[in-house]
Structure formats: structure tokens, C-alpha cells
Design a protein around this ligand. Structure first.
Ligand code: NAP
Length: 273
């Protein structure tokens, strides 16, 4: 095994795609998970190889379709990942969905609640469980990294959850999204506690308002809010703002931290008087 390997859920588009590209540049083999957009996933995979090559690295990529909100698909994803890679060094629980329709919490449906929680909360919980068990098996003897790589933080297993400012900021017209992200924060706390003694550190990145397909429908609303002072840093965030935080974790910038939350939100979380 020449490179450490990373599984990024929802890596065909948006934040996940940028995370995958950055990890590829940094020399990870990349497992790209996606839900339905095969063309985007395949182009992300080839861009990863090109990005790595421009950084002087040779990596492998694979795109694996799986609706992570579905238990059988999730298990198949991990089985296919295991067939493709002898070990897993980084899981980025990135894939997430907004409610199909925003609805006041007095009206929102159970179906939407169940779907959003299945993808945004249940999936990262059980993917973390499956990934942690795989990570605990270690890197097989026949593919153990050479001694000079042991000090390289990329080979030390980690889990990163991409949550949201919605973990604490209440939006009454998409309650299920907020509940899912608040729950994901507890997933970070639980798995960081459980895995710390095994050398697996777990992190949460909380993005603010980021330019992706997810926020396209509310672009004008947020343009106005940002112009009116929503965030101390007065601009939209970009997927690369989030990817940079992932790389900082992957390169071992926080070796004595686990369960830590990194706000990537232009200062949205700061209170003022
Ligand atoms: P996006 O542009 O809508 O992209 C979503 C990605 O997730 C796509 O790759 C999509 O795959 C994949 N996906 C969706 N449902 C899936 C499922 N059931 N199984 C597997 N993959 C699935 O979203 P984004 O804005 O990049 O968001 C990424 C993460 O950041 C999410 O967890 C989101 O909640 C969080 N976040 C976003 C913002 C923001 O402002 N954008 C802010 C805070 C947090 P396909 O291409 O196949 O559809």
C-alpha cells in the first residue's frame, strides 16, 4: 500500500468534492461516495488523479454509488471499500441533505424528518461504527507503510464529521436539518471518547454559509443577510475553506485534540452585545 486511503461521502459535488481534491493533492487514495450523480462522481475521480499528479503524486481513486441513508447500501459501500483498499485511514462524513421543502416546524412531515435524519445523522453514526472497526484492524502486514512513513500523520486513522452552524442555530423552517446536525455533534463526542485510547481522533467541522448547490436556492436571501452583517467576515464561505480545515486535521495539526469542533463560518458563532 503506497498511499493512505480516505473515504469521503458525498464527494461528487460541493464541499465533499473539494475535500476529495485536497486530500488527493496531499497524497491520499480517494474513495468517492455519491448518491445519484455518476457523471459528477466520475469527473471528481479523474480530477483527483490530475490534481495529485500536478502535486507530483500518484494516487488511486474509485467512485462508489451508495445512498448512505439506506442501511443495505451503506453496508455495501463499506464492503466495496474494503475490497478496494486494504486499510482505511480517514473517514470524512460529509454527505448531507437539506429538507426537500422547507416547512415550519408546526407543519413539517415525518417523512422529511426520517429522510433527513437517515442521511445526516444515522448514516455518519453507522459509517463511523463500520469505519472504526476497520481502522482498529490496522494496516495489513503485507501493506504496512515503511518505517519512515510511521511519523506521517496521514497514516494515523481519523474521522471527520461535517456538521453545520445548524447544530446550534435554530431555523424553524427546517427543524429536521437542525436536529440532524445537533445529533451529529453528539456522534463526534461519542466516537471521540470511544476511540481516543486506540489512537483514532475524531473531529467536527462546522461550516457556515458555503457556496454549493445546496445553498443555490437561498442565494439571494444569504447575499442580503451577509451584506447586513450576518457574519463578521463579510463573505460567503467556499468549499476550499472547509477543505483546508480537513487538510489541517489530516496532516496532524491537532495531535492532542479529539472531539474538537472547528468553526469554518466567517465568525458566525461569535456573540456580540
Ligand atoms: P451539495 O452541494 O448538495 O452536495 C451533496 C453531496 O452529497 C453530493 O455529492 C451528493 O451526491 C451527496 N449525497 C446527497 N445525499 C446522499 C446520500 N443519501 N448518499 C450519498 N451521498 C449523498 O452539499 P454541500 O453544500 O456540499 O454539503 C456538504 C455537507 O456540508 C452536508 O453535510 C451539509 O449539510 C454540510 N453543510 C453545508 C453548508 C452549505 O452552506 N453548503 C453549510 C453547513 C454545512 P450526488 O451528486 O450523487 O447527488
Amino acid at each position: 500500500m503506497h498511499n493512505p486511503s480516505a473515504l469521503v461521502t458525498g464527494a461528487s459535488r460541493g464541499i465533499g468534492r473539494e475535500i476529495a481534491l485536497s486530500l488527493a493533492r496531499y497524497g491520499f487514495d480517494i474513495l468517492i461516495n455519491y448518491s445519484g450523480n455518476k457523471a459528477a462522481a466520475m469527473s471528481a475521480a479523474s480530477e483527483c488523479v490530475q490534481a495529485a499528479s500536478l502535486s507530483g503524486r500518484t494516487i488511486r481513486t474509485v467512485a462508489i454509488q451508495a445512498d448512505i441513508g439506506d442501511s443495505a447500501s451503506r453496508n455495501r459501500l463499506m464492503m466495496e471499500a474494503r475490497r478496494w483498499s486494504p486499510a482505511l485511514h480517514l473517514l470524512v462524513n460529509n454527505a448531507g441533505i437539506a429538507p426537500a421543502e422547507r416547512a415550519d416546524i408546526l407543519e413539517g412531515s415525518e417523512a422529511s424528518f426520517d429522510r433527513v435524519l437517515a442521511v445526516n445523522l444515522k448514516a455518519p453514526y453507522f459509517l463511523s461504527q463500520l469505519a472504526a472497526k476497520w481502522m482498529l484492524e490496522g494496516t495489513p502486514a503485507d501493506s504496512t507503510p515503511p518505517p519512515d512513513r510511521r511519523a506521517d500523520a496521514r497514516w494515523q486513522p481519523k474521522i471527520i464529521n461535517i456538521s453545520s452552524v445548524s447544530a446550534y442555530a435554530a431555523s424553524i423552517n427546517r427543524g429536521e436539518y437542525c436536529v440532524s446536525k445537533a445529533g451529529l455533534s453528539m456522534v463526534t463526542a461519542l466516537f471521540s471518547q470511544r476511540l481516543a485510547a486506540h489512537g483514532i481522533n475524531v473531529f467536527e467541522i462546522r461550516p457556515g454559509v458555503i457556496t454549493t448547490d445546496m445553498t443555490e436556492a437561498v442565494k439571494e436571501k444569504y447575499d442580503t443577510l451577509i451584506a447586513e452583517g450576518l457574519t463578521p467576515i463579510p463573505r460567503w464561505g467556499s468549499p476550499s475553506d472547509v477543505a483546508r480545515a480537513v487538510i489541517a486535521i489530516a496532516e496532524g495539526a491537532f495531535p492532542f485534540s479529539t472531539g474538537e469542533v472547528l468553526n469554518v463560518d466567517g465568525g458566525f458563532h461569535l456573540r456580540k452585545l
